[in-house]
Ligand binder design. Structure first.
Ligand code: PLP
Length: 336
């Protein structure tokens, strides 16, 4: 089975499972699971922040961060297509009483400063929600957000008294692709949420990093949101294993995505729109999408060709270079 739908589909390897069953455990709600503590410290150190907090999912980690930064009636500036706004069930509004102010993205995924400035609410006027936070995402649809943009946007935010959060679900992909230490990419932000259940291959888990004070506030919200887990070290052990073994190899996923894009480009009926880090976006001949999806499924290839829209193909540690060749051959055969 070759599954290109997402990098969330990876299964824990035998060595990762071994690390999970042999992890020392405690009650993490009481703060004494040694494996969770080790993970939180290791991620905080890698990210260059003072503290870390383990969450069961990236959705909850982002929400915990938003709630730690904002109070009821506050507002955060966020991309129209950002995960924290569009793909997290409206949690900021529903559970956090935080109003999102979505901003249209530029083509490179950034949120133009003039659009941010136009959305910023005047302070002290009771007509408006209080703009409190700027939230960015890196990578965004696989794209590296330009470093000079991040520097300018976060400087602008600080200048206006806003806190900054990075949805860094795939910030390790960004680090590997840019050749910069992950701490360098996290440095401009007050908080960063990092996923271990994407290309890093853990079954579950995210870590939020930030200052000691921010993480203390997030810990309270995590408990309220139902994310206080007891012997969570069994999960944290998988994330520690991923941190120690699966970061540098993300370069292979990026190379495989490049090979996949190159192979698909040569096939009539396929239009490759973009390839960045581990993601390829392509359009397939609309009339053949349904048939192509079904035929690939018979070949053991999971990829849902979207009728009339971009199809996302994602490489990860359960997709090899040989698998990529098999996909290219199968698509060429079925569209031929
Ligand atoms: C996957 C993802 C998250 C978190 O999702 P969960 O499935 O809740 O772990 C957050 N942001 C981005 C950009 C993601 O891709």
């Amino acid at each position: 089975m070759i599954d290109l739908r997402s990098d969330t589909v990876t299964r824990p390897s035998a060595a990762m499972l071994q690390a999970m069953v042999s992890a020392p455990l405690g009650d993490d709600v009481m703060g004494d699971d040694p494996t969770v503590i080790r993970l939180q410290e290791a991620v905080a150190e890698r990210a260059g922040k003072a503290a870390g907090l383990f969450f069961p999912s990236g959705t909850q980690s982002n929400l915990g961060a938003l709630m730690a930064h904002c109070e009821r009636g506050d507002e955060y500036l966020v991309g129209q297509l950002a995960h924290t706004y569009k793909y997290e069930g409206g949690g900021a509004a529903v559970l956090g009483n935080i109003q999102p102010q979505p901003i249209e993205h530029a083509a490179d995924g950034s949120l133009p400063l003039e659009k941010l400035a136009a959305a910023l609410k005047p302070e002290g006027d009771p007509h408006f929600a209080r703009t409190r936070l700027l939230a960015l995402e890196n990578t965004f649809h696989g794209k590296l957000i330009p470093a000079d943009y991040v520097a300018a946007a976060t400087a602008w935010a600080r200048q206006h008294g806003l806190a900054t959060h990075l949805d860094g679900a795939r910030v390790f992909n960004a680090a590997v692709a840019s050749g910069k230490p992950v701490a360098h990419l996290c440095q401009p932000f007050d908080s960063v949420s990092i996923c271990f259940s994407k290309g890093l291959g853990a079954p579950v888990g995210s870590v939020l990093v930030g200052s000691v004070e921010l993480i203390a506030r997030a810990r309270r919200w995590r408990k309220m949101l139902g994310g206080g887990l007891r012997q969570a070290g069994v999960l944290a052990a998988a994330c520690l294993y991923a941190l120690e073994h699966n970061v540098e190899r993300l370069a292979e996923d990026h190379e495989n995505a490049r090979l996949l894009a190159d192979g698909l480009r040569a096939i009539p009926g396929v239009k490759v729109l973009s390839q960045d880090t581990n993601m390829v976006f392509a359009e397939f001949e609309p009339a053949r999408c349904e048939e192509l999806t079904a035929k690939l499924a018979v070949d053991g290839i999971q990829m849902r060709a979207v009728y009339g829209g971009p199809t996302r193909l994602v490489t990860h540690l359960d997709v090899s270079a040989a698998d990529v060749q098999r996909v290219i051959q199968a698509v060429a055969l079925h569209l031929g």
